[in-house]
Design a protein around this ligand. Structure first.
Ligand SMILES: Cc1ncc(COP(=O)(O)O)c(C=O)c1O
Length: 447
């Protein structure tokens, strides 16, 4: 036991695994055991570990300028280059980029920009944000308030009322559909519920709706066909901004540059992090469309300042690394590669639908999850998280990292650089873990 207080961990727990090094899609623990990193760390190490080009770019930047800040309009070449590259990539018009260090702080930045925009555009009451059940947007006070998962609220008195977070249902057909409801009817109901919420609250009090294209930490929830068309039609009717959380889906995860491309969304705000730097260092981007920046420019000029910024906004190391990572994505056609290998992963994971423990297989390109259930026909769930945790541990014993999520779903989100052979390795090891879990639940009398 060391002095560490671990994030997102039972404080009574001791060190579970000491990872000492990584190479490509593999990591190694302090006993020399190799694991295929089926979660890309925390959904983030898209290029895998030890990429020499990235390391070189980092070293060069550290030698050249190890720190530079963005306050008062000071800047440096690495930040300007990164902002321009990002603005050219996103499906947004005249995009402007605010750099930070994490997905949570990008969402916090956008939360403030929403409020600033409301005041600046003469609608100071338009500050409420619609967020969804099972959405994950971070853990700072504001971003955790947007998050729709109970463990991120418990004992913190979150969400804070003053933040005006409204909650609408998750796009999870398997768990949230009513008996006999078709996918199309479920989508229509979700759209009706959203509209009812907007009307009940007053459309002119609502600024934005935040959504992940595919919910990650909430269970890898793939929205049913037509979901985003139905939702965005409602938002457009009431002039509500679409705030797209691309922290997991951005940069190839769904086989397209952004989740927004996969679903043909035109967001006005976007949060990016994780694969932006392939997690070589912490970098995030809060991106807004030009009309929002134009609206806030006037009042900000009067105030003399847009009073928000982090010491490490636009840190040169992060910018140089992210810039290099974006170049590699483009040169090596990493998103196309993710689409091809992802199609294979979809096929292979779907085969687990026949496993006696698997209630739902949810997979899109390079992200997926299996929900483990006590009874497939009735969808009876196991209590707590024990079964998913057992399965993740069994996978680990077999040399594969997966992640247990709420609802006994186990997630996969491998580095984008893996090939079909790695997918086979994942499915073989996962199959063994599922069989071990079946033995466990049978022995424990849980099914
Ligand atoms: C969709 C999404 N948004 C925001 C965040 C928060 O990012 P961070 O952990 O870098 O603060 C995460 C983290 O997993 C995420 O998955």
């Amino acid at each position: 036991m060391t002095a560490m207080l671990y994030p997102s961990t039972n404080p009574a727990a001791t060190e579970a695994m000491v990872v000492t090094h990584g190479e490509g899609p593999y990591i190694y623990d302090n006993k020399g055991k190799q694991y295929l990193e089926g979660m890309a760390g925390l959904w983030c190490t898209a290029l895998g570990y030890g990429n020499e080009e990235v390391i070189e770019a980092a070293t060069r930047q550290m030698r050249e300028l190890s720190f530079g800040h963005m306050f008062g309009g000071k800047t440096h070449p690495a930040a300007m280059e990164l902002a321009d590259k990002l603005a050219a990539m996103v499906p947004m018009s005249d995009a402007r980029v605010f750099l930070g260090n994490s997905g949570s702080d990008a969402n916090d930045t956008l939360m403030k920009l929403v409020r600033y925009y409301a005041e600046a555009s003469g609608q100071p009451q338009r500050t409420k944000i619609i967020a969804r059940e099972k959405g994950y947007h971070g853990v700072t006070v504001a971003s955790a308030s947007l998050t729709g998962l109970a463990p991120n609220h418990a004992h913190f008195q979150l969400p804070f009322d003053a933040l005006g977070v409204l909650r609408t249902g998750a796009p999870h057909y398997y768990r949230c559909a009513e008996p006999g409801e078709s996918e199309a009817d479920f989508v229509a109901r979700r759209a009706r519920e959203l509209e009812a919420l907007i009307l009940a609250e007053g459309p002119d009090t609502i600024a934005a709706m935040i959504a992940e294209p595919v919910n990650g930490a909430g269970g890898v929830i793939i929205p049913p066909e037509g979901y985003f068309e139905a939702i965005t039609a409602v938002l457009e009717r009431y002039g509500i901004v679409l705030w797209d959380d691309e922290v997991i889906c951005g940069f190839g995860r769904l086989g397209t540059a952004f989740g927004a491309d996969r679903y043909q969304l035109r967001p006005q705000m976007m949060a990016c992090a994780k694969a932006l730097s392939s997690a070589y260092v912490p970098v995030s981007a809060a991106i807004v469309s030009g009309d929002i920046v134009d609206a806030i420019a006037g009042p900000a000029a009067e105030l003399g300042v847009f009073g928000h910024g982090y010491t490490y906004s636009g840190h040169p190391l992060g910018c140089a690394i992210a810039s290099k990572v974006l170049d590699i994505y483009q040169r090596d056609r990493v998103f196309e590669h993710a689409a091809t290998v992802g199609a294979y992963m979809e096929q292979q994971l779907q085969r687990f639908a026949d496993h006696p423990l698997v209630g739902e297989v949810s997979v899109m390109a390079m992200i997926g999850a299996l929900e483990l259930v006590a009874d497939k026909d009735s969808k009876r769930a196991f209590e707590g998280m024990k079964v998913g945790q057992y399965c993740a541990k069994a996978a680990e014993d077999n040399g594969l990292i997966i992640r247990p999520l709420g609802g006994n779903r186990v997630a996969l989100c491998p580095p984008l650089i893996i090939n079909e052979g790695h997918v086979d390795e994942i499915t073989n090891k996962l199959g063994r873990a599922l069989d071990a879990t079946l033995d466990f639940v049978t022995a424990e009398g849980l099914i």
